[in-house]
Each structure stands twice: as C-alpha cells, then as structure tokens.
Design a protein around this ligand. Sequence first.
Ligand code: NAD
Length: 377
Amino acid sequence: MTGIFDDLKDYGHEQVSFFHDEETGLKAIIGIHSTVLGPALGGCRMWKYADDQEALRDVLRLSRGMTYKAAVAGLNLGGGKAVVVADSRTDKNEALLKSFGRAVDAVGGRYITAEDVGMTVSDIDTIRTVTRHAVGGSNEGGSGDPSDMTALGVFQGIKAALKVSGQGEKLEGVKIAIQGVGNVGYHLCSYLSAAGAKLIITDIYPNQVKKVEQEFGAEVVAPDQIYSVDCDIFAPCALGAILNSRTIPQLKCSIVAGSANNQLEKDEDGFTLFSKGITYAPDYAINSGGLINVAAELDGYNKEKVLNKVTQIYTTIENILEHSKKEHVPPHQAADALAEKRLKEARKQTPNTSFGFRSQFMTDTKIMSELTAASLN
Ligand code: NAD
C-alpha cells in the first residue's frame, strides 16, 4: 500500500498491524496510535468496509481519538482501535472471533480490545478464550455492557455544562432533545427523567421509542425534526458527524451534550457552535464513562471506584468549558489542549522510550490535579 508511512505520520501513529487468516477469512487491522500513557485500549469495530483504504482510515481516525479520550479521562492508557472487515450480521462466527483474538494476542499487550459497533459482550467472552488482552466481557471479572456508565458520565457532563453556561445545574423542567434512545440514550433518559427533566426523543427504531415514551413520559418527534425542536439541550446519542452546516442552523438549544462519537463533521463546525454561543461538551470528554468502566478491569473491577471516576466527568467538562470561556477558544480545542498537555508531559518525563509504556510515573492524584483549569494555561 503506497503512502502508508505518510498516513502514520499525519495521524501520529506508532504502529499499524494487518492480519489475514486464510482459514477463517479474517481481515483485520489493529491501529496503535500511542502508548505514551499506557497500553492502547479501544474497541474492535466489525464493519463491511467498501475497500481497504476505508478500513484503514477508520482505524487510524478511531485509534487517535482513543488516545485523546484516555488522556482527558485521566487514565493511564494509550489509544488503539481495531477493525475487522466483515459483516457482523452474516460473517461473524466463533472461528472468526477467535482468529481476531489471536491477532490481538500477537500484539503482546500493547493493544487491549473491547466492544464497538458490530461486537457484543458475548463476542468479547469468545475472544477472551484465546487472549487475556480483552475487556468488556461478562466472564472472569468482566464488566459487561458499559452503556450505563457512559450515560452516567454524559449526565454529569450535562449538569456541568448547565452550570458553566450560567443556568444553574438543576435539571427540573429543563427540556432535553435526545437523538437515539438505544443503549446509552435509554439510560440517559432514565437519569434525566429522575432529575425532573422534560424529554423529547427520536429514534429510527419504533420499539425503542415506544419503550422510552411509556416509561419516562417522553414527547416523541420524527428523526429529521430533532434538530429544530424547542429545547435547552440537544443530546446526540446516535450517529457521528451530526453537527454540520445543515443541522447547526436549525438548533434552538444553548447546549449540545451527548454520547455520540465524532459529533462534529468538521473542525470548523466546532467554531460555528462557539460563535453562535452554543456550549458544546466535547464528545470524547463527556462520553468516556464506558472507557473508564472497561479500563477498571485491568486493576480488578471495583464498581465504587468506577462510579467515583465517572462522576469526575463533571469536573473535566467544567474545566474544559471554563477554559474555553476564559481563553475564547472553542471547547473542542480546549479538550485537545488538555489531552496534548498530558501527553507532552509524559514524553518529557520519560523521553527516548519509543514503544515502551511511560505511564507508571503518573499517579491518580497527579492526574486529577492536572485536570484543573490552571493546567491548561
Ligand atoms: P445503540 O446502537 O444502542 O443506539 C443508537 C440508537 O440510535 C439506536 O437505537 C438507533 O436506532 C438510533 N439511531 C440510528 N440512527 C438514527 C437517526 N438517524 N436518528 C435517530 N436515531 C437513530 O448505540 P449506543 O451504544 O447507545 O451508542 C450511542 C452512541 O454513543 C454511538 O455514537 C456510540 O459510538 C457512542 N458511544 C457509546 C458508548 C457505549 O458505552 N455504548 C461509549 C461511548 C460512545
């Protein structure tokens, strides 16, 4: 493949490994963006990509995102991701999953896999039979489905965004439009409803809509109406790239805060939101609850510690938004600055250790003290 090292340089990757298994038909790519803060943890996406270039681009983009997510969440983890080129509905079987598991094992612990699109908790259980470098399963101390913890983190982030934008942090009577009421969206509705918020929901899956409508008394709108509903907060919990030049002009909210990955179609969309005075809680910072949950397995899963760390997403979002206000930079840039600062300091403290883990010097206390507005200056 021509230009591969140019791609690695542009995205800043350490390692990209391609795997092919004649016997099972496995075609997989593992992208390790950075191990500066620790082993690279990130889910595996099973997707029928149009071509190899599309699969490579996706793994490069997603694994880099994981570096930033882990850094901002204060975890001693690097960023990685894997893609398996296959249709999860028709091609997935035990042999393929085990073959992928052996590929993960071959990377020797520099990459730890988990669920992503097209993969389930039980798939991780299968993968775990051939490698210990997999988290998010249900066996052997596995933490299972992370979506509740992701939703709890988003709930905390919403409260922080309300506070920083001067609206107090009470959710009583606050109108929230939720796009996508699947795993995360459903749990988020549950937290918001208990706090007294008024829910407006949409989903393309009618059964899911009915369930949330009945359980939480939510108002339902059609998928294409969700951007323009009269609301205080828009919570994207379905797809990426939904903040763009077509949707932003329709928004009536003052805050965007939801779980979806890669919400901004382009970097400039973050600037547009900022110039319109819409507070945007950066996606990878507010949706890190799931990562925090699976990462906890590496130290022996402890629910109380996880809840404590997920609750700290409030402080992370508060600090990012305060910094954005103070320095007049859009929140997505403030989040990037926080992540890059942490990575820079780690490199400075243990230079010339390419491909080794440099995380050990970072204690939790130090990490949390870094998550202050001052550290961004
Ligand atoms: P999910 O598949 O369970 O739910 C997504 C829901 O969105 C589905 O019900 C789907 O029908 C709906 N949807 C799809 N297209 C839609 C559209 N055009 N309009 C309205 N609804 C639409 O996924 P999830 O696990 O709840 O994740 C939701 C988002 O959060 C994804 O972007 C995911 O990448 C991100 N995320 C999830 C986690 C997690 O722990 N599950 C962690 C971090 C980020």
